[in-house]
Structure formats: C-alpha cells, structure tokens
Design a protein. Sequence first.
Length: 283
Amino acid sequence: MKFRLRRSGLYVSGTDTKKMVDCGVYGADSVVLDLETSVPTSQKSFARILVKRALKKVNFYDSEVTVRINPIETFGEEDLHEIVQNKLNVVMIPEVSNNKTIKRLDSLLSDLEDERSITHKISIIPLIEDAIGLLSVEKIVEASERIVALTLDADDYLLSISGSRTKNEGELIYAKSKIVSVAKAYGCQAIDSVFLDENDDEGLYKESLAAKRMGFDGKRIVNPNHIEIVHRVFTPSLESIERAKRIMSEYKKNPDRKYLFLDGEIVRKAEIESAKRLLRGVF
C-alpha cells in the first residue's frame, strides 16, 4: 500500500525466533525482519529459512510486514526466492546506488508474484547508504512504481564521505533534506535513520522530533519500548487532521484552483498537497 502510517519500523533479526514470534504484538506500524546487517554470513541460509517460516506462521496483527534482504549482488536473489509469499508486504533493499538495482528487483518480484499467484503487488523501500546513492536518488525512485518510501543509513552514508556523526546531526542536514525532498516530490514517504541506543529514550524523542520537523514520516527502531515514543512524535494531531479535512473539502469544490481561502486565510498549493498526503496516510 503506497500510503499508510509508517511511523515506526521495528527491526527484528532473522535469527531471533522468539522476537519474530512476538514482534506483531507490540503495535509497530511496520516490522522489519532482517536478513542483512544483523545476520552473519555463516547464518544467512539459516535465517532465510526462519524468516520464511515466520512469514507463514506468525500473526503480525496489523503491522506491515517488511523483510530487509541482502544486496542483490550478494545474497538478495536467494533471499527473495525464499521469502516472497502473500504475507510479505514490502522488500527493503540495502546499498542502493543506482536505478539498475531497483529495476532488477522489480523484475524479480514480478516473476515471483506471477509464479506464486501472489494476490498483491509487493512494495519496495530503497535504503540509501552512500554518496553515489544519494546523488542518484531521483533516478532510483523513478525506476519502479513499487517504491513507497525512501530511507537513509546515516552511519554508512557518513563513512562514504569520511564524515562522523554527532548528537545534533548537523552533518546529515543535506542528506536527510535530499531524502525528504525527493520522496515527497515523487509521492512517497520518508523514513528516518535507525535509532540504535535502546536505553536513550530522551535521545530518541529529540531525534524523532527533529526528523518530524524536517518532513520525515517515521523512524526505524530496534527496541519495542520505543514504539510509543515515535508514535507520539509522528502521529498527526486531531487538529491537523481536521484542518486537512476542511482543506480537502474546499479543494474538491474546485480542484483547478492553485489556492483557496479557509477562515479568511490563503491556503496555497503546498499546503493542499500536504493535506492530501496526511489524509492518505491516516485513512
């Protein structure tokens, strides 16, 4: 589904059977079963089997089910052949530096969907991890209509430019702004980088709030206890939802207008588009 709430993306290692069985009960908008970073090379085949079984047997409740596969150039194709089934909603693909990777993934998914009679179109979230990928992000997002969101691996990106990470993330302003701008320009969502410190609730809140102000729609996390914090930050307020409804009600009366009036104030095209995105995500 292109638009739905993706405030929280909870990572779960593909080797951790207990967490995979339990992850649906926490109420994350998305669960991300990981076959890449958290899985040593020697355990890739084992993790693949565990994730395949989890997709068949685990109740994920209302969480969107995402699997982060390995890069297509390494174990990604093997991952896909095991995990593509009706419970899979999204494939997150790491180390995306060009549109060829996305086109290849799109083609593989199409073949597997046809072969296995998958009843829906599996979505894609590219993970941008280096400077080349960031500079190519427009071509990347244009490569497939399956793309529903963009996300950035902040630490790997900084390594690619010989940078280092600080608490205020000033070094990431350009990269994060680029991800948000391209995502919104192409009708996608933007998901902020993963927060890895499981014990820093205040740090997560501040980082999430800064991301929200930049235009991100959600954040990736590793601790189920952090779901409430990111939901608190990224959930639209009742006031903003009500205003968006009123804007769209006025807009539908004459959709050719570039602006409209509401409560004596001008509402310009940018806010109309923002209202559309908000309501598509919430409802």
